[in-house]
Design a protein around this ligand. Sequence first.
Ligand code: UD1
Length: 416
Amino acid sequence: MSKFYVTGNKKLQGNVYISGSKNSALPILFMTILTKEKVIIDNVPKLTDINIALKLLLSLGSKIKYKKKIFIDTSLITIYYPPYELIKKIRASIWILAPLLTRFGKAKIFFPGGCKIGNRPIDLHIDGLIQLGAKIILNKNCIFASIKKRFQGKYIFIKKISVGATITIMSAAVLAEGLTIIDNAACEPEIIDVAKFLNTLGAKIIGAGTNKIIIFGVIQLNGGKYKITSDRIETGTFLIAAAISQGYIICHNTHPKNMYNITHKLSETGAIIKNGKNWISLDMRGKRPHSINVCTEPYPGLPTDMQALFTLLNTISIGIGKITETIFENRFMHIKELINMGAKITIKNNSAICYGIPKLSSNHVFSSDLRASAMLVLAGCIADGKTTVHHTEHLMRGYESIVKKLNNLGADIIIK
Ligand code: UD1
C-alpha cells in the first residue's frame, strides 16, 4: 500500500507528454497469443497492470523482451490455465480467454479481478463465445471452456454495449470459420486500436469504431509491428488538472479526434481549448470554471473513466452541476472523500449534485479505484494545506510516471 503527501494551492501548467493507452495495450498484449510469429509493440505504457499482463504471458511460456518496445514470441506456449494470483489482479485478464481457446481449443481461467466500481459481470463475454461455438462451464470461481476445431462465425447482437465483450468477441472471430457480425458493438477508440493491431497481423476486420463490426475469419495470423494509440483518459486527466487549478496546459502525443467528448464539455466550463494534429491545449488562467452537467455514456458519450474527475471540477466551479453515472452502479465511492475535503455534494440515485465552493481543504483521503485515485491527488494539489492520499497503489495501475509528470507541471507530491 502506498500513499502520497500532496501540498496544495498549486497551479498545474506546462507541457506534458501523454503515454500509450492502457486500455488498448492490455487486450493487444493478450491477442499476441493468436499468432505463432513474433510481434513488436511500441508505445506500451509502463504500468503495474501491464506488468501483470506480461507476467501472465510469461506464465504460459511466452518469450518477452521489454526494451523501449516490447518483443513478444508466443510460439512455444503450452499452458492454457494461467495462474489465479495473476488473473485475479486485473479485469483485463478476461481477454486472455478467447485467444487461449483459439490456440488450444480449451482454456481454464479464474474469474478476473480489477477496480471495485460495480458488479462487473462477464456474462456478455461468455454469451458471445458460446454463440461462436464454445462450450463453457462456470463454477464458483473458474471458467472451463472448449471449442471443437475453430470458432464458428455468426451474427451476434450484444444486448448491452460493452467494451470488454466487443473485444472478446472480435478476438474470437478473427480466426473463426466464416463471417462474424458484431451488432450493438462498443465504438471506443481502443476497439479501433485492437482491430488495427489484428489487421496488421492479417485479420480482416472492418467497421471497428461503429456499432457494427464485420470480421471475415482467416486461417492464421502473422507477426508484425504495431504502435499503441495515446491514452485519452490520461489526456483528459491532465486537461482537468489545468482546468481546476486555473492553469494552462499543452498535452502532446495525443489524438484530439478521440477527445472531442471530453474537450467540448471542458469548453462549456469556460476553458479555452485549442488543438493541432497531435496536441491539445487548455487555458483556464485567471478564471474559475463554471459548473456543468455531465452524463457518462458509451462512446462517443462522456467516458465513465472521467466521471470522478468531472465531479472534482464541479466541486470548485461557480454554480451547481449534476453528474450522472450510467455505466457502473458503484462509481461514487470517491464522493465521500471529496466531502471530507469540504466539497458540497448530495447523491440522488445515480446522480451527484455538486454545489461549487471556491476552495477544498486538505485531509486524509482514501482511494477506492484507479480514476478516483487520480482525482484525489489532483484535489490535493489545489486544496488548502497538505493532503495525504492513501492507497495510491491504484494510481500506478493506470498512469505512467504520474508523480513525475504532475511535479513537472508544478505539483508538490511526495510518495511514501
Ligand atoms: C472497460 C475499461 C474501463 C471502462 C469501461 C467502460 C478496460 C481494461 N477497462 O471496462 O476502464 O470504464 O470499459 O468504458 O478497458 N457488462 C455486463 N456484462 C458483461 C460486461 C459488461 O453487464 O459481460 C456491463 C458492465 O457491468 C457495465 C457495462 O456493461 O455496466 C459496460 O462495461 P464494459 O464496457 O464491458 O467495461 P469493461 O470492458 O469492464
